[in-house]
Design a protein. Structure first.
Length: 323
């Protein structure tokens, strides 16, 4: 599109002026292209956005005066779908507030999350009626384990995008072989259920025999990080794999299973001869907790493995748990 100056103006960038009879100013004459080209450009924007995200904008319609805004939003969403950024809940601890009553779980209204780093969405767009198609409330059954999830528009159970323009919340039963082929609730810690770019794991929901749900809300953030450090050493005279087994466990409740990035490891102070080559690194982990551990073998300064005192040390470390 090109700027169209007033008819008869010698300047390519001349401004338009209004008529002022008292001052003897006739006012600018508007060339047809100045109106037509702008309208055609906007119509093209609407048609292009509708082609990119079918059902989100609609065909150009003179009765709809919000199609340009919707077109911009649709194109932002289309671009966002290519960004390798995890969903991020916009609360202090990156977890949704979820209410429960017997037989029902409800995501609180007016909570925000960001999709692919660009598109901000709100739970206010979803109904608290568990029978509504676009809902944030779900009926449960007794003695079940569920995952509460969100699927981005046009993906998973939120297809087509025109039906679910804000995506779709779903409550999926770990006993359903279509969702969990093993149908073993304990398998829910498998990394295949972790949050992905277009599929957010919001919470684990477990109901008791009375159908009272217990919710474990999970943190969703593009970068989840926790610095951990153990400065103490504990010894045991037993030569067992995990040594004294005194390493602490860190509570997480994250939506993705993390890994451990070790900064340093140390098996103990120089009071005994440490067989540093015989060091084991352990990392017990799930979405809910992580336990790094360093275990070394030592013998006393006589360095006599047959007669000298020997045992294991639960060593020191520092590092970052991240997902």
């Amino acid at each position: 599109m090109k700027y169209q100056p007033p008819t008869g103006s010698p300047e390519a960038n001349a401004p338009y002026v209004g008529r002022n009879k008292a001052a003897g100013i006739q006012g600018s004459r508007v060339p047809p292209k100045a109106v037509e080209h702008h309208l055609r450009e906007l119509v093209h924007l609407i048609e292009y956005a509708e082609a990119k995200r079918p059902g989100t904008v609609g065909a150009p319609d003179e009765a709809l005066l919000d199609q340009v805004r919707k077109s911009i939003e649709a194109l932002i969403a289309a671009g966002a779908s290519k960004q390798p950024v995890y969903p991020e809940i916009q609360t202090g601890n990156n977890r949704f507030i979820i209410g429960t009553t017997i037989g029902l779980v409800t995501i609180d209204a007016a909570q925000l999350w960001r999709y692919r780093g660009l598109v901000e969405l709100s739970t206010a767009a979803f109904s608290a009626d568990p029978l509504a198609p676009l809902k944030r409330a779900f009926v449960t059954n007794a003695s079940r384990t569920y995952h509460l999830r969100w699927h981005a528009a046009g993906t998973g159970l939120a297809a087509p995008a025109s039906t679910y323009p804000n995506g779709r919340f779903v409550l999926l039963d770990l006993g359903d072989p279509a969702y969990n082929p093993s149908t073993v609730p304990a398998n829910e810690t498998n990394t295949s259920f972790d949050t992905t770019f277009d599929d957010m794991l919001i919470a684990k929901v477990v109901t008791n025999v009375s159908n009272q749900p217990t919710v474990t809300a999970l943190a969703n953030k593009d970068s989840l990080r926790l610095y951990v450090e153990k400065l103490t050493y504990e010894t045991s005279l037993q030569l067992v794999e995990r040594g004294p087994n005194t390493a602490p466990t860190y509570a997480l409740d994250w939506a993705r299973t993390p890994q451990m990035n070790w900064n340093y490891i140390k098996t103990g102070p120089a009071t005994s001869f440490l067989l540093d080559v015989m060091v084991n690194q352990f990392f017990d982990v799930s979405r809910y907790s992580a336990r790094p551990q360093i275990v070394g073998i030592y013998i006393d300064n006589s360095f006599n493995f047959t007669t000298g005192e020997k045992g294991t040390i639960d060593g020191a470390y520092s590092g970052i748990i991240s997902a």
